[in-house]
Design a binder for this molecule. Structure first.
Ligand code: S3P
Length: 178
């Protein structure tokens, strides 16, 4: 499956997989703008993610998520985007991202939980077992959409180096591992 590395680079993976930490570092290394999809929604709606879920519900949040993603992807400048962990549950998102390099940051559920288990994210409030089940269910979608999977239990700088090596030192050379 050949994808366009001169286009956008997207980071996917569960909550706590490091997308928002790795994203800005990767963008800096690639000399590209960085967008965190959640932050873009928050700044447009001017409510926090928990407030959006509470006031409007998850379905509405998902509409804003795909709409904002579509908007960001439509620009001609190549960018790095950290997707929200649940965004691949939408067919619309899957079709929007299919032509781009999608990097799946993944690590064991326990590591993810250590990072986000005490956060205010709405979907961690149901506890570890529900989170584990969600991770299990989402893995197929991440695997299906991803160009590569990267072990995100590692240090973020190591993850960025790994991604840069795979992209080619300047990020302008595409190596297809699929
Ligand atoms: C969600 C992940 C969150 C945010 C929202 C829903 C999910 O983003 O979009 O709380 O469904 O996994 P992060 O993956 O950036 O935490």
């Amino acid at each position: 499956m050949l994808r366009n590395i001169n286009g956008h680079v997207l980071l996917t993976g569960m909550m706590g997989s490091g997308k928002s930490t790795v994203g800005p570092k990767l963008a800096e290394a690639l000399h590209r703008p960085f967008y965190d999809l959640d932050e873009e929604i928050v700044s447009t709606v001017t409510l926090s993610i928990p407030e959006i879920f509470e006031r409007y519900g998850e379905a509405r949040f998902r509409e804003w998520e795909s709409g904002k993603l579509s908007q960001i992807l439509s620009q001609s400048t190549s960018v790095v985007i950290a997707l929200g962990g649940g965004s691949l549950g939408q067919e619309k998102v899957l079709s929007l991202i299919q032509d781009y390099c999608v990097i799946w940051l993944d690590c064991p559920t326990e590591t993810l939980w250590q990072r986000v288990g005490d956060s205010t994210r709405p979907l961690v409030q149901k506890g570890l077992e529900a989170f584990r089940q969600m991770h299990l269910e989402r893995r197929a979608a991440y695997a299906q959409a991803a160009t590569w999977q990267v072990d995100s239990a590692q240090d973020p700088d190591v993850i960025v180096c790994t991604i840069m090596q795979r992209l080619g030192a300047n990020g302008d050379e595409y190596r297809n591992f699929n």
